[in-house]
Design a protein around this ligand. Structure first.
Ligand code: NAD
Length: 252
């Protein structure tokens, strides 16, 4: 697949044991990148770092709260101290909440936005100087099918809105840094086979599956391989793009 030797990649939210971020981290490591496993979850960080090292890869665990400017800046300082460069940032950390607009509070909306959008902004801002100096960078942001069509299984309108904001932010930034050797793209996964999906009652799961032309949820590997491509030098002329990975459940 796509060669990422000598690249340094930060993957936020990669400490979730059965999450998408862990598979992204393992996949980029397999392609030769040194991985920064950045998450709130200390135990999860250790677990992903161990899995990468066991597979022969290079990994550094860093505790990170994406909603804090200081925490993002401290992470960047640590990464530069250890690896000396930052080539790839995958903004994967995200939270959701199932609630109707009538049920949700302003605090709920603020909490969802503070991770999914403001955290993504702060983390991105903290790596730009380094990427500009290197004249190379790959920023890949996790949006969601619910940004485009609404009606998420696990999230409400605040989640959809935060993930739609990610798409606009990515396109604007893509224009800003296009001449600095930095590309900025998004992926919009549909329903993915993670723990939260497995917890859904069968009746509800069947109803969701009936809306997916491929008749199954996606696998985390199916997100990670697209991200490995976007992170590679082969994707050098792709920027401001959003890639749907959803088994056909939404087609632009
Ligand atoms: N699972 C799906 O079906 C699906 C579909 C579309 C989009 N997505 C998006 O993909 C991404 C990963 O989803 P997942 O299902 O693997 O989620 P997950 O809940 O398994 O993992 C998210 C990780 O983010 C971390 N995190 C949360 N808040 C953080 C913060 N403030 N700072 C640092 N880390 C923080 C958590 O500790 C966790 O390890 C999310 O952005 C999600 O919105 C998921």
């Amino acid at each position: 697949m796509f060669e990422l030797k000598d690249r340094v990649a930060i993957v936020t939210g990669s400490g979730s044991k059965r999450g998408i971020g862990r598979t992204i981290a393992l996949t980029l490591a397999q392609q030769g990148a040194a991985i920064v496993v950045a998450d709130l979850n200390k135990e999860g960080i250790e677990d992903t770092v161990a899995a990468i090292k066991e597979a022969g890869g290079t990994a550094l665990g860093v505790e990170l709260n994406v909603t804090s400017k200081e925490s993002n800046e401290a992470m960047v300082e640590k990464v530069l101290e250890v690896f000396g460069r930052i080539d790839i940032l995958v903004n994967n950390a995200g939270i959701s909440q199932k609630a109707t607009v009538e049920e949700m509070t302003l605090e709920d909306v603020t909490r969802i936005f503070s991770v999914n959008m403001f955290g993504l902004f702060l983390c991105t801002q903290s790596v730009l100087k380094t990427m500009k100096e290197q004249k190379f960078g790959r920023i890949i942001n996790l949006s969601s099918v619910s940004a485009k069509r609404g009606g998420g299984v696990f999230g409400g309108a605040h989640y959809s809105a935060s993930k739609a904001a990610v798409l606009g932010f990515s396109k604007n930034l893509a224009r800003e840094v296009a001449q600095d050797g930095i590309t900025v793209n998004s992926v919009a996964p549909g329903l993915i086979n993670t723990d939260i999906w497995k917890s859904l009652p069968k009746e509800q799961a069947d109803a969701v599956i009936s809306g997916i032309p491929m008749g199954r949820p996606g696998e985390t590997e199916e997100i990670a391989t697209t991200i490995a491509f976007l992170a590679s030098k082969e994707a050098s002329y792709i920027t401001g793009e959003e890639i749907d990975i959803n088994g056909g459940s939404h087609m632009d």
